[in-house]
Design a protein around this ligand. Structure first.
Ligand SMILES: Nc1nc2c(ncn2[C@@H]2O[C@H](COP(=O)(O)OP(=O)(O)O)[C@@H](O)[C@H]2O)c(=O)[nH]1
Ligand SMILES: [Mg+2]
Length: 509
């Protein structure tokens, strides 16, 4: 069901997921932007029946093709997930082959080196998941063809034969001079002792080459075997997943969700699905949504009714993540909005960075809020007494790099003076997952009980943040998505998080 308002369109469906899917089918993934989403009660059958529906307001992008797509057409043009693999050491073709009077080998006679194979493999996607999903072609195996190995053996044999032929011509028995323990190796019983051969004679050189060649061929054969096993494992991993789970896995990987977390999600979601449902992307996506409802934690609204003086919140986190800007946004929400109208004061512990107090002071003046600079732990008690009449005290801290463990301990000591304060760890969505994990660990020294994600406007990769939420049990309180004070902040709850970020991880293309 749709209603048009110029470039705005309302799409109504049973669930938010289906509404978004419908929009994607109609305008393509990049053909629209979500403006709003809400649950509404729709009348059906002349108003006899009321049904809860989801209404998605979208803004249609100018470049939208607006070509309706059928469900089957949605999976298109997905580049294969690049797979990192160890590059085996290259085995060079010895250029001496054509020298020293040895038989010249035609290019086609040469054994295929790994460098040749690697380039040809680039043309063959390892994960032809799309083709499996579309059912167009059978899964394309990365495995080396049996014929590859046979060709290789054949070529290798041919080379050896040519060399042996050459040796025979020079009246030397190559078997006698093959490496010890090799299939060609002989013993002194053969009556020919290689040590007797003069080192610089053409024959001695040929024998040495022959030994080297055999060693090389063996190494190459082993490496091929190793590669074959490796690629088979990877393919098995992709192919054994049913279509729905495979689609979900790909979407999660696209938003840079760490691999171990993807595995965790797959394990969790698949538990609630029958094998048949796991093959259905729509049902898998719904199960994923339900699983997330259960797993993702969001903070409650600030509680001002504890009767113990002002509510105190402290923002901690690395330098430059947006603590001070977020404090200004929070102060604006609570002091300016007609609904809240709270009296707010700022405390800042950030005397470390030049200009830091001035930055907060600037916001304090604009919002008509008192600001106190705290130089020592003792200051806190005094300033707290002074501001007992306030509803909310927001404390700014110096951005500490997680490596400054001593500084973090000092901060922790000061914050001990605020035992009832809620501590919010601020994380930037632009940080790498590995650094986010490090930040969580190091700021654990100070302690925190809520999370704030900032700079969501600067990335599409929600995966690392999703991973943090799933791995830690700390609830998410706010999300910021721009530099504008006070507009670019949102109270995080599941609906908001799902509509704005999570739904992207379960879209079909
Ligand atoms: N794009 C974007 N920039 C932000 C956001 N929040 C803060 N910033 C910017 O990040 C920079 C550092 O912010 P600041 O509040 O000083 O960080 P602090 O060192 O943690 O206090 C400033 O340029 C802010 O305007 C956000 O949500 N999105
Ligand atoms: Mg700051």
């Amino acid at each position: 069901m749709t209603t048009d308002y110029n470039s705005l369109e309302i799409i109504t469906a049973d669930t938010s997921f289906e509404a978004k899917l419908n929009a994607e089918e109609k305008y393509g993934k990049d053909g629209f932007k979500i403006v709003n989403g809400k649950t509404v009660n729709k009348s059906k059958w002349l108003g006899f029946i009321k049904k809860e529906m989801y209404e998605l307001t979208i803004k249609i992008e100018n470049n939208s093709t607006a070509l309706p797509k059928t469900f089957n057409q949605i999976n298109i043009d997905i580049p294969p997930t690049p797979i990192k693999r160890e590059r085996p050491p290259e085995v060079p073709i010895p250029d001496f082959i054509t020298e020293d009077g040895l038989p010249e080998l035609k290019l086609s006679d040469r054994p295929i080196t790994y460098s040749n194979n690697l380039s040809s493999r680039k043309m063959r996607p390892v994960n032809s998941i799309r083709s499996i999903q579309e059912g167009i072609k059978p899964p394309h195996s990365q495995k080396f063809d049996q014929s590859d190995t046979e060709n290789f053996d054949f070529t290798a044999k041919k080379m050896l034969e040519k060399l042996v032929e050459h040796k025979n011509k020079t009246k030397l028995d190559p078997i006698a001079f093959a490496p010890k323990n090799s299939s060609l190796s002989g013993t002194k019983d053969n009556g020919i002792n290689p040590e007797n051969t003069e080192c610089n004679s053409p024959n001695a050189i040929s024998i040495q080459l022959l030994r080297q060649m055999e060693g090389m061929l063996k190494t190459m054969q082993e490496q091929m075997k190793h590669l074959n096993n490796q690629s088979q494992e990877l393919i098995y991993d992709e192919h054994k997943l049913p279509k729905g789970l495979c689609e979900m896995k790909r979407n999660l990987a696209e938003v840079e969700t760490p691999n171990d977390v993807i595995q965790k999600i797959i394990a969790g979601v698949s538990q609630s699905l029958t094998p048949e449902e796991q093959n259905n992307p729509l049902q898998t996506a719904k199960a994923y949504e339900n699983w997330c409802v259960d797993k993702l934690k969001f903070s409650d609204e600030l509680d001002f009714d504890n009767g113990n003086g002002p509510k105190v919140i402290v923002l901690i986190g690395p330098t430059g993540v947006g603590k001070t800007t977020t404090i200004a946004k929070l102060a604006a929400i609570y002091s300016l909005s007609k609904k809240q109208k709270k009296s707010v004061a700022f405390f800042t512990l950030d005397t470390y960075r030049i200009g830091a107090p001035e930055q907060l002071e600037h916001y304090a003046q604009h919002l008509d809020i008192n600001m106190e600079i705290i130089y020592s732990a003792a200051d806190i008690d005094e300033k707290l007494k002074e501001h007992q009449d306030k509803d909310l005290i927001i404390v700014d801290t110096a951005g500490r790099c997680q490596k400054e463990t001593d500084e973090l301990k000092k901060l922790s000591k000061i914050l001990e003076r605020l035992p009832n304060a809620s501590k919010y760890l601020v994380l930037s969505a632009t940080s790498k997952y590995i650094d986010l994990i490090d930040t969580l660990e190091k700021f654990g020294l100070v302690g925190y009980d809520n999370l704030i994600f900032t700079k969501l406007d600067e990335t599409n990769s929600i995966g690392p943040l999703l991973a943090i939420m799933l791995q830690k049990n700390t609830p998410l309180a706010y999300v910021t998505d721009g530099q504008q004070v006070p507009t670019n902040i949102n109270k995080a709850d599941f609906e908001y998080f799902y509509n704005n970020f999570l739904s992207n991880t379960m879209m079909f293309r």
